[in-house]
Design a protein around this ligand. Structure first.
Ligand code: GLN
Length: 537
């Protein structure tokens, strides 16, 4: 048995209160005291993973090194902790049921009736302890998606109840995140919704140890006292989580409120050192006091929902701090660029990113945007689909291959310069069938990215089905438009650069998944650097 302690984070009153950020902030504070900690998320929906979900549903699908398609909160965990996560860090109800049903088909339950309790809860319980049982962590933080009282959440809440019972109260903490709404008419903050949600948790046999209260206004001592009394928690365990300008401030706010010390006290643990948050604070200073500003256009088809491009937006923030520069992101719907109006929309930008995506909607707008920035010498970064479109744009507008396209957009197209690999052509399943996770890439020694990365061998995360079709290699590439990186085994094209341009890069992978606060991604940093240079011309 390992000595790992468990923190469970539940949510009440409303969704979108930022459980992931609070979990990541607590983890950061514990890590800053030299405790080893990881975070896992349990999502109550029935999809086996979020890979098949439209970004409008739950925002971006995040991808780990081991190729898991996960909830975007794992991105926050990595960005805050600078430690990679894996498939084990994200479990959905779909995955739990899939595994229980597979076991049932194999006869693993020996003729028993298979039920939510104990079979589903046992499966959840096992998965909740996978990381803890490795012995690598002092503390495992488990975030339960959804809100208490939801039908879907019940098996998770029940499992937490059982686990606390088995592991012992001193080895577990339950943090309940709630909302304290402000009623303008009454000019008052209201505690009743929190009381009710704590009560709902109690009905499932779980006592909240800590309340993290999301609020727009400061909670007075009186109000904290009231919450403590009615919700049966210690007053020091009523933690205010006030709205802040950037999520990166939250760990410092939680430190002021003493969240980590309440948690350590309950777990009977002592810190291994005093908080080392020097780098974190420096990062925030740079973020809060920028010396310059650049305007970056983000061209995509899910721009209405900020969460769809979460990792890209965060990577730009990290990169901005490298130059002490505020990155002002202008979201541009790719469909709005389909009317020969690129100049009108893109003029004045210091850089343009064409975002990843699936399907043909807005594709011609992306191609027009790329033609404009290529011709106007505006720094360009094409990510995944953005790189594929950059290749098509060059083929069509420079090489005269007017029919060039991707078979994803036009299955019948005659000049399929972006195509499926032979091995993928008969796959009809959608989930998990892409090129996923970390793949090695070799950089051309004369490429710009070789300097940017300061190494020739890199590893980046992928999530796509289509590839550059190698039979067009000779026809397309020339002394300006070059292959700057490739997969060492398959020779698939991973990076293109346009040398006849200030800064023009397309990458088949997703660099945004690997950018963290302590390690801003070099590619984004170089891109923001190029945009800064552009802003001064
Ligand atoms: N739709 C493209 C593909 O499957 C690009 C995917 C992406 O941008 N993540 O290859």
């Amino acid at each position: 048995m390992s000595n790992t302690k468990y923190v469970f984070v539940t949510g009440g009153v409303s969704s979108s209160l930022g459980k992931g950020i609070v979990a990541a902030s607590l983890a950061k504070l514990l890590q800053a005291q030299n405790l080893s900690v990881t975070i896992q998320k349990f999502d109550p929906y029935l999809n086996v993973d979020p890979g098949t979900l439209n970004p409008y549903e739950h925002g971006e699908c995040y991808v780990t090194d081991d190729g898991a398609e996960t909830d975007l909160d794992l991105g926050h965990y990595e960005r805050f902790l600078n430690v990679p996560t894996s498939q084990a860090n994200n479990v959905t109800t779909g995955r739990v049921y899939q595994s229980v049903i597979e076991k049932e088909r194999r006869g693993a339950f020996l003729g028993k009736t298979v039920q939510v309790i104990p079979h589903i809860t046992n499966e959840i319980k096992e998965r909740m302890q996978v990381l803890g049982n490795t012995g690598d962590y002092d503390i495992v933080i488990t975030e339960i998606g959804g809100t208490v009282g939801d039908i879907e959440s019940l098996p998770y809440i029940e499992t937490v109840r059982q686990l606390i019972n088995e592991l012992g109260d001193e080895n577990c903490v339950v943090i309940h995140l709630t909302l304290i709404p402000y009623l303008a008419a009454a000019k008052e903050l209201k505690t009743k919704p929190t009381q009710h949600s704590v009560k709902t948790l109690m009905e499932s046999g779980i006592k909240a140890d800590v309340l993290v209260c999301r609020t727009e206004y400061e909670l007075t001592d009186d109000l904290k006292r009231k919450l403590a009394l009615f919700c049966n928690v210690k007053q020091e365990a009523v933690i205010q989580s006030i709205d802040v300008d950037t999520i990166y401030e939250v760990p410092l706010k939680m430190l002021e409120e003493g969240l980590d010390s309440v948690v350590l006290k309950k777990l009977q643990l002592t810190a291994k050192q005093s908080h080392n948050l020097k780098d974190w604070k420096e990062f925030i200073d740079k973020l809060n006091y920028p010396l310059n500003e650049v305007k970056i256009g983000l061209v995509g088809k899910y721009v209405e929902l900020q969460d769809s491009y979460k990792s890209i937006l965060e990577a730009l923030i990290h990169a901005g701090t490298r130059h002490q520069t505020k990155v002002d992101v202008v979201s541009i719907h790719s469909e709005s660029l389909e009317e020969d109006n690129s100049q009108e929309i893109l003029e004045g930008l210091n850089g343009v990113i064409v975002a990843p995506g699936f399907g043909s909607r807005g594709i011609e707008g992306k191609i027009s945007a790329i033609q404009y920035v290529r011709e106007q010498n505006i720094p360009f970064l094409g990510i995944c689909l953005g790189m594929q479109m950059a290749v098509i744009e060059y083929a069509r507008n420079v090489k005269g291959m007017s029919k060039a396209n991707s078979t994803e957009m036009d299955p019948e197209c005659k000049v399929a310069i972006i195509d499926l690999m032979e091995s993928q052509k008969n796959i009809t399943d959608k989930g998990g069938t892409m090129r996923l996770g970390a793949w090695d890439c070799v950089l051309a020694s004369d490429s710009m990215l070789n300097q940017v990365y300061s190494t020739q061998e890199i590893s980046e995360r992928h999530r796509h089905r289509y590839e550059f079709n190698d039979s067009y290699r000779e026809q397309l590439f020339d002394n300006d438009f070059k292959i700057a990186g490739w997969n060492p085994e398959t020779k698939l094209v991973e990076i293109i650069e346009n040398k006849n341009h200030a800064w023009f890069v397309g990458v088949q992978f997703h660099p945004e998944y690997k950018s963290t606060v302590s390690n801003p991604h070099p590619l984004f940093a170089a891109f923001v650097g190029a945009a800064l240079k552009h802003s001064r011309t």
